[in-house]
Design a protein around this ligand. Structure first.
Ligand code: GDP
Ligand code: MG
Length: 162
């Protein structure tokens, strides 16, 4: 079976946009409204001749399920099922309480975790992304999923990690 990369993070940080960028197709649904990805969906990806699966562990309904519970469930499922995890954060917003809740769980992960600072559309935002070191998950790897900025570097890193 192909190795599995799980994408986790709070709604609206750009997880589905990043999934589409990583798989090179527009299959994951991107929405301006948070919580659109209803279920976990896995997509086949290939980079440098190596295949892997990308799982868009998407949205939740914060009204129906407690937010903390949903964060824990998403993170723990990823730790149990994936070979590597990307925690996606919005660099233009910085670390929110929900991002910190994800980080708190993922810091204990035996599965490797890469911290991705998304929405770094220009070099100006690079400096803001440095604040995300505070999440305790190592270097924030900056990308712009929407423009493809540095996503090739991220794919190289993913292959080194899987
Ligand atoms: P998800 O809820 O985490 O899956 O986020 P989506 O992929 O659905 O994206 C949420 C919103 O953020 C959409 O309006 C996207 O177009 C936007 N977005 C995603 N990636 C980027 C990015 O790199 N830069 C900017 N400026 N916007 C982005
Ligand atoms: Mg989504």
């Amino acid at each position: 079976p192909l190795p599995v990369l799980a994408i986790v993070g709070r709604p609206n940080v750009g997880k589905s946009t990043l999934v589409n960028r990583l798989i090179g197709r527009r299959e994951a649904v991107v929405e301006d409204v948070p919580g659109v990805t209803r279920d976990r969906v896995a997509y086949a990806a290939e980079w440098s001749g190596r295949g892997f699966m990308v799982q868009d562990t998407g949205g939740w309904e914060p009204d129906a399920v407690g937010l903390q519970k949903a964060v824990a469930r998403q993170a723990e499922t990823a730790m149990a099922e994936a070979d590597a995890i990307l925690l996606v954060v919005d660099a233009t917003v910085g670390a929110t309480a929900t991002d910190e809740a994800f980080a708190r769980i993922l810091r204990r992960s035996k599965t490797p975790v890469l911290l991705v600072a998304n929405k770094v559309d220009s070099s100006r935002v690079e400096a803001d992304a440095a604040a995300l070191w505070s999440l305790g998950l190592g270097e924030p790897h900056t990308v712009s999923a929407i423009h493809g900025r540095r996503t090739g570097d991220l794919l190289d890193l993913i292959l080194d990690t899987l």
